[in-house]
Write a protein that binds this ligand. Structure first.
Ligand SMILES: NC(=O)c1ccc[n+]([C@@H]2O[C@H](COP(=O)([O-])OP(=O)(O)OC[C@H]3O[C@@H](n4cnc5c(N)ncnc54)[C@H](O)[C@@H]3O)[C@@H](O)[C@H]2O)c1
Length: 318
């Protein structure tokens, strides 16, 4: 029976992943380790908290002695590592928590997982590690070129994973995904922040000219890809995950405003984010051909349902 450690399972993507994992009838044990930082929402795990296969431990992944005793107690066979400081703007204000969690935390997990002979370690990473891609798409072997402290901390973690694979033959797989959207995302992130501004009748602030392009993937599609990789992905490989459909921030804001029945005039363009990457884009042919994954939810369908979800959740409390 697999004993799976999921880190960051009380955050946005990790909680969707846990829900997806626990929807099956399979027998396994899963422990969610999360420090419950400001970015988490303990309510994200409400729907599966009573499942006997599930346990929660509040821990800092960079706390070496606690993590070692966790591994001693649970004999994990697999790790799916989501926990991170994840907001670029915060990393520009102060990189220290990003270095602590994303780099030191990942190192602590790698050391413990290696010591206790984990069979699979899935590092959840991001397209941001390649830096800006004004044209074309990054391949899995494109050199890393991170341009902000968040991206640099994730790239550092990825490099540590690769170094463990190379040096110790450690069984790691790295996934790099594009921007996610979906229910339960923190209010500071782009799409929820637009919805919040609409519900509060405040201006919708967009950085610079709003022409920066991102590829948006529904979180359910991302979690399905991760689950496939956990089961069938080849060790020591990198897999890109994305929708291969870039769209400008301005266009995303316009679509959300239209779904919220608001006027485009509500947008206000503010001073650009420092070092703002113009465009991210990934080639996802590898996961499509090797593992048969492709996204199921188009942005047009997904965003409509997601806007409705936030409206229902927040209308009465904002
Ligand atoms: N959100 C995206 O668009 C996106 C895209 C690609 C990749 N990713 C990656 O996916 C992962 C999850 O992203 P998310 O958007 O769900 O993030 P999130 O900020 O919503 O959740 C992160 C979780 O990690 C926990 N955490 C933070 N520091 C910790 C520590 N020291 N010890 C234990 N737990 C800690 C937080 O409490 C939180 O629950 C991250 O690694 C991120 O880099 C995110």
């Amino acid at each position: 029976m697999e004993k799976i450690l999921v880190t960051g399972g009380s955050g946005f993507i990790g909680s969707h992943y846990l829900k997806r994992l626990l929807q099956t009838d399979e027998m396994f044990e899963v422990v969610n380790v999360d420090l419950l930082t400001y970015a988490s929402n303990p309510a994200n795990t409400n729907s599966f908290e009573k499942d006997k296969r599930y346990a929660f431990r509040k821990l800092d992944i960079a706390d070496t002695s606690s993590i070692i005793s966790l591994f001693e107690n649970h004999h994990f066979t697999q790790v799916v590592h989501f926990a991170a400081e994840s907001h670029v703007d915060r990393s520009i204000q102060s990189a220290e928590p990003f270095i602590h969690t994303n780099i030191a935390g990942t190192y602590t997990l790698l050391q413990s997982a290696r010591k206790f002979q984990v069979k699979r370690f899935i590092q959840i990473s991001t397209d941001e590690v390649y830096g800006s891609f004004p044209v074309g798409r990054a391949e899995e072997n494109t050199p890393l070129n991170p341009q902000n402290p968040y991206a640099a901390s994730k790239a550092s973690a990825d490099l540590l994973c690769q170094s463990f694979a190379n040096t110790y033959d450690f069984p790691v797989i790295i996934t790099r995904c594009t921007n996610n959207y979906g229910p339960h995302q923190h209010r500071e992130k782009f799409i929820p922040s637009i919805i919040t501004a609409c519900l509060q009748n405040k201006p919708v602030a967009i950085y610079g000219d709003g022409l920066q392009e991102r590829d948006w993937l529904h979180v359910a599609d991302h979690c399905e890809a991760i689950e496939l990789i956990r089961r069938k992905g080849k060790l020591q490989e990198i897999y890109h995950i994305g929708a291969e459909c870039t769209i400008s921030n301005r266009e995303v804001a316009n679509r959300v405003l239209s779904l919220m029945k608001r006027d485009k005039e509500q947008i206000t363009y503010v001073a650009d984010r420092l070092g703002h990457d113009v465009r991210y884009s990934l080639n996802t042919a590898k996961i499509q051909t090797e593992l048969g994954w492709k996204p199921k939810i188009s942005f047009t369908d997904g965003i409509e349902k997601v806007v409705d979800w936030y409206k229902n959740q927040w209308e009465s409390c904002l």
